[in-house]
Design a protein around this ligand. Structure first.
Ligand code: SF4
Length: 335
């Protein structure tokens, strides 16, 4: 049988699992091998995911499962994404959908965000969580590599009202060498599709000498889809099979980005302490309407929110936001 959750379209013999090791052929049925199993749950600031334009300042519950359909040589979460999920079975947490939503509520979270590994490899479980979350009025977001099939992408759009898609590179040689996929055309297609139904932000981890020369081409693609897409250029700190590589030079990358900010007003550059490019400026008048700071290693924080709802306080122009500011302590923390 063929698995049609992602663009690998694995063929699964009876009793065997696919590349991600999260789906198997059991008696001619495609089944999830580890339903309702989680590698972690933790409270986080939504800016840290990163989401800069969805419910700024809010508290979210970050969750992840195991397995991945890509094979990124620099993966920062290889402990969960690239380990054999069967070897983690004893330490995975067994939490049903209602219980997970209850935990998020108890921790005063405004949303549940799937991060750490790839949601496409756990779609049935996430569908059930989304029903429980919807009943509780809790939005869901995710990080995804965007390598899902069109049908699975439609399901992602139904589950998640805010999505951050990782556009890692365009060159087929880079995709083959560093990501273990043939090309990133499905990712671009899915950014376009998801942006029709959900709030979309895009993250590009920059690797010196590998994909830094493609920033212009990626900016063209995003500007064509929607110039208001928030784009996070992420200074990658390579690990896993690339741990010997140098960290990207901040000034070099920023020089490349300066001219792209004309095309993409919500272009950010972060994942290092003290970034000067984590504030939001109004595309109309240039006023800084949201300030943040970057703590490095994906730890970002909202400082000030000056918009009135989604309107610039200086010129009245529209700021592209999903929702508006949500106070960190808006949710009730229950004992
Ligand atoms: S989701 Fe997993 S099993 Fe399905 S096609 Fe992708 S890698 Fe293969």
């Amino acid at each position: 049988m063929q698995c049609d959750y992602c663009e690998r379209y694995c063929r699964l013999e009876e009793g065997r699992h696919g590349f991600c090791r999260m789906y198997a052929n059991q008696g001619g049925r495609l089944v999830e091998r580890f339903p309702d199993k989680w590698c972690a749950y933790a409270v986080s600031r939504v800016e840290t995911i990163p989401f800069y334009h969805a419910y700024p300042g809010s508290r979210c519950m970050v969750v992840g499962t195991a397995g991945c359909n890509l094979d990124c040589r620099y993966c920062a979460n290889a402990y969960a994404a690239k380990e054999d999920p069967a070897s983690l079975a004893d330490i995975l947490l067994d939490i049903g959908p209602e219980q997970l939503v209850g935990l998020a509520r108890k921790q005063g979270c405004h949303s549940i965000v799937f991060s750490i590994n790839e949601p496409t490899v756990s779609l049935p479980t996430l569908t059930r969580v989304s029903r429980a979350a919807k009943a509780a009025g809790m939005p869901m977001g995710c990080l995804t590599n965007g390598y899902a099939t069109p049908a699975a992408t439609a399901r992602l759009g139904e589950i998640f009202s805010f999505v951050n898609v990782s556009l890692k590179g365009l060159d087929p040689a880079f995709c083959g060498d560093c990501l273990g996929i043939a090309d990133s055309a499905p990712v671009v297609r899915n950014i376009r599709e998801l942006s029709r139904v959900s709030h979309v932000e895009v993250t590009t981890p920059v690797i010196d000498g590998e994909n830094d020369h493609e920033l212009d081409a990626m900016a063209d693609i995003l500007a064509d889809i929607d110039p208001n897409i928030p784009w996070h250029v992420f200074r990658l700190l390579p690990t896993h099979k690339m741990s010997q590589r140098d960290y990207p030079n901040i000034e070099d990358i920023n020089q490349r980005l300066e001219k792209l900010r004309v095309r993409l007003p919500y272009l950010y550059f972060h994942n290092f302490i003290g970034s000067e490019w984590v504030g939001t400026r109004c595309p109309g008048c240039g006023a800084e309407v949201i300030t943040r700071h970057s703590l490095g290693c994906g730890g970002d924080k909202l400082d000030t929110f000056r918009c009135r709802g989604d309107v610039c306080p200086e010129c009245g122009g529209h700021i592209a936001l999903l929702g508006t500011r949500v106070d960190w302590n808006a949710g009730e923390v229950r004992a």
